[in-house]
Design a protein around this ligand. Structure first.
Ligand SMILES: *Cc1c(COP(=O)(O)O)cnc(C)c1O
Length: 431
């Protein structure tokens, strides 16, 4: 049976019967919306309806869908080769992409490890940190210091660094490495960070630095673990304390990278530089799964001077040429335009558009940073019901818990943004 012969009803029924969706039940899950094509900021449903996409397919499709420049990059690379193994082989797309990533990140980050998803980029970062200390004879330094409300991916190593409660850690606690967790940063973006705000982090590092290989956190914006925007001062203090106690700093910019918070990388808000940096999500403009872990010479040399002599990782599809070529096109497209102005305009529009939600009694908070806008409700929302209401408003938003948030493609125009924010406010008023 070719896919073109599937009716929308057949598609929904077969999907429900056979396919797992993210964080989903297979016992009577809510029906998935069949999307048959996407163009610009619009998703086209099988029944012909079009939705304005407020999610960028989870932070990824920053240039919108079906972009001629990204399509061209994919087509051109496809005609050269879509893939070749990376063991013992290199290729132009990988070399150019590595050079580009090194040129837009801090000068000390000069080594690039390519992988196929954000979670794997985090696994690699954790391995790097542990191997680094192992190599220099510090075998006891193999734990992480993480933040509550953090999110770093779903594989075991990454999951162990996620918020223990929202990450449902208790299910896996017998088989998962146990790390240290500092309290969620409560000093908001734009506010100073007091000694008290930083006390939990400081205390843990003071007590346990002998066991801690690295601090891992999402700089400035904690994403899937709670959409929390915290003070750059906090991040500055983290860097200082890592230096003081000789602990590596892993910055997970998988969600925040490439302009999302108004800076090219969120750590720039604090002028903080990582020892190890994770990138992913929008790196290919949402076309293919690809991620990268960058590290400093100090880290790479430390690892490779050790007993193993190598970094023990190598995915089959490492540095996939198709993904690399699209990533180059996506990043060049981003930095060749006045993206700061684009994101700052989004910020202004989102702030204005969502302001009316502040007057709704069920709303706890509305916050906006760069092109990230969050309405936090006082109570968790009924996902299936609210999803239907949002679709009825002609918009695609995927809330979780108490959070109704949007991370629109950077190319969204003012009119579509107004429809998006109006739709969100309308739905919030009903819930
Ligand atoms: C999405 C995300 C990841 C995991 O990336 P995947 O590609 O889903 O594996 C890791 N860290 C952060 C901050 C993310 O937002």
């Amino acid at each position: 049976m070719s896919t073109s012969t599937l009716s929308a009803e057949e598609m929904i029924a077969l999907d429900k019967q056979h396919i797992w969706h993210p964080y989903a039940s297979m016992i009577d899950p809510p029906p998935a919306y069949p999307v048959v094509s996407a163009q610009g900021v619009r998703l086209k449903l099988a029944d012909g309806r079009e939705l304005i996409d407020g999610m960028s397919s989870w932070w990824s499709a920053i240039h919108g869908y079906n972009h001629p420049i990204l399509n061209r990059a994919a087509r051109d690379q496809l005609e050269q080769m879509s893939h070749v193994m990376f063991g013992g082989i290199t290729h132009p797309a990988a070399v150019k992409l590595a050079r580009l990533l090194v040129s837009i990140t801090p000068p000390s980050l000069s080594k690039v490890f390519f992988s196929d998803s954000g979670s794997v980029a985090v696994e690699v970062a954790i391995k790097m940190a542990i191997q680094y200390w192992y190599s220099s004879g510090h075998r006891g330094k193999n734990k992480l210091l993480c933040l509550r409300s953090g999110y770093h991916g779903d594989t075991f190593g990454a999951m162990a660094a996620c918020d223990p409660v929202t990450g449902m850690h208790h299910l896996f606690s017998d088989v998962m490495p146990q790390h240290f967790f500092a309290d969620t940063p409560t000093c908001a973006f734009g506010q100073p960070c007091s000694d008290e705000d930083f006390a939990s982090f400081r205390q843990l590092l003071e007590q346990h630095h002998h066991e801690v290989a690295a601090v891992i956190l999402e700089p400035i914006v904690q994403g899937a673990g709670g959409m929390n925007f915290y003070s750059p001062d906090y991040l500055k203090r983290v860097r200082q304390l890592c230096d003081q106690y000789d602990v590596l700093l892993i910055l997970d910019e998988i969600a925040t990278g490439f302009g999302r918070t108004g800076k090219l990388f969120a750590s720039e808000h604090a002028e903080v530089v990582a020892d190890i940096l994770c990138l992913g999500k929008c790196m290919t403009g949402g076309y293919l799964s690809m991620a990268a872990t960058l590290c400093s010479d100090k880290v790479s040399r430390g690892i490779c001077e050790g007993e193993a002599g190598v970094l023990m990782h190598g995915p089959t599809f490492m540095a996939n040429p198709l993904a690399c070529a699209i990533a180059i096109a996506s990043i060049e497209l981003l930095i060749s335009q006045p993206w700061q102005r684009v994101v700052s305009n989004l910020e202004t529009q989102l702030r204005q558009g969502l302001a009316p939600a502040l007057d709704v009694s069920t709303v706890a908070d509305v916050r906006v940073l760069g092109s990230i806008a969050v309405i936090e409700m006082k109570q968790p929302v009924d996902m299936a019901r609210i999803q239907q209401q949002l679709v009825a408003q002609g918009i695609w938003i995927r809330p979780f818990g108490k959070l109704i948030y949007t991370i629109p493609p950077y190319v969204m125009n003012d009119e579509d943004l107004a429809t998006l924010t109006r739709g969100m406010v309308n739905v919030v008023k009903k819930n």
